[in-house]
Design a protein around this ligand. Sequence first.
Ligand code: MTE
Length: 337
Amino acid sequence: MKAFQFNEKESQITDEKVFWNRRDFIQKAGIFVGSGLISANVLGQSENEEGTKQDKLIKQKKAQLLTNQISGKDLKSELTSEYAVTHHNNFYEFSLDKKEPSELAKNFNPDLSWQVKIGGEVEKSGIYTLEDILKRVSQEERIYRLRCVEAWSMVVPWYGFQLGHLIAALKPNSNARYVEFKTLHDSKQFPGQKRGTFGSFSLPWPYTEGLTIAEAMNPLTFMATGVYGKSLPGQNGAPLRLVVPWKYGFKSIKSIVAINFTKEQPVSTWNQRLPQEYGFYANVNPDVDHPRWSQASERRITNESFWGVKKIKTLMFNGYGDLVGNLYKGLDLKKNY
Ligand code: MTE
């Protein structure tokens, strides 16, 4: 498959050291960064075809850090390094080992022709390519905390679009109470999906996740197509993954090929596999421990020393309670973990 990527030269020079300088430059130039692709001619290089096509999808407007407008939080100084974000991954379709997905995903580079099947209780059901989807939304950058249920965390500069904007364009009907997401099921591309790869441990494939429609419509809920100013690499869930920053990381499903609007609560993969340990809601909550470990604190990963990192207190709803707390009024969060 053809890479949905910057041209080589471009991707090599974009690391976090120049990330903020570049953003400032783009802001001054009044140019919007789209899907991690910066118009090649802005950088004084010749346009390649992919860049040009991509640029057409992008509205010319100033890059904005909407994180600050939407969440009121400035996390710039806490950013996890690009290397750590892309080399410490949970992606069981590739491996159970956090260091392996970056290596195993090298040939997994989906492009704009990636298909997503939209179905269920929705007016505009059908099969959409990523290109079709990106025509219906505008993309922006957001910096979010990511808190894994395993008690490590990162701060990640995502690029993508607000899920609610896509949902509004798809027009769910009044029966739609939940949104279900599914990852690609293809053991040729995902070795972890081959029977027996993980010995006695197995997950029911395809990886499936779900949100209530209110959670999916919350302005914080995001679909990422990029990270650190580049298209998403395979190990981070290329070309399209969910990001729900107030929930444990396993809700943020990667490499999405199906979005269904349902009446009933979807059965999510980890809830199906270990229901006593992983609930449907999975809201970050320092007061409700995992049966096998405390959730009161977390290891914040800042750079490539994945283990030698500082321990910090975990925040209720991962620090986003002011924006999402009202979704759970009256709900017993100990029972609905
Ligand atoms: N999505 C799929 N399809 N498969 C996975 O194994 N792991 C989840 C989530 N999404 C996972 C997934 C978990 S446990 C976490 S913490 C995050 O992805 C990690 O995202 P990252 O590797 O980009 O940090």
